[in-house]
Design a protein around this ligand. Structure first.
Ligand SMILES: [Zn+2]
Length: 69
């Protein structure tokens, strides 16, 4: 779905993963809790990498289970 943006259903976007592209560009993957739409948001290089890692680890460590589906 090239160029397709989030449906904008109003659901809550939840960060589920973080990846790093070449050159140190961080990309945060969000998933809509309502419709399941995935969205990738680049983030600025001056963001704190540790904060991004916490975004990913928090829901996993809180629930004790891996994401299903
Ligand atoms: Zn949605």
């Amino acid at each position: 779905m090239p160029g397709d943006r989030a449906a904008g259903c109003g659901g809550r976007m939840e960060p589920i993963s973080v990846t790093v592209r070449g050159g140190g560009e961080w990309v945060i993957i969000h998933r809509c809790r309502t419709c399941g739409t995935l969205d990738a948001n680049r983030c600025a290089g001056d963001d704190n990498p540790l904060a991004l890692v916490r975004i990913v680890l928090r829901p996993i460590s809180a629930s004790g289970v891996l994401l299903d589906g």
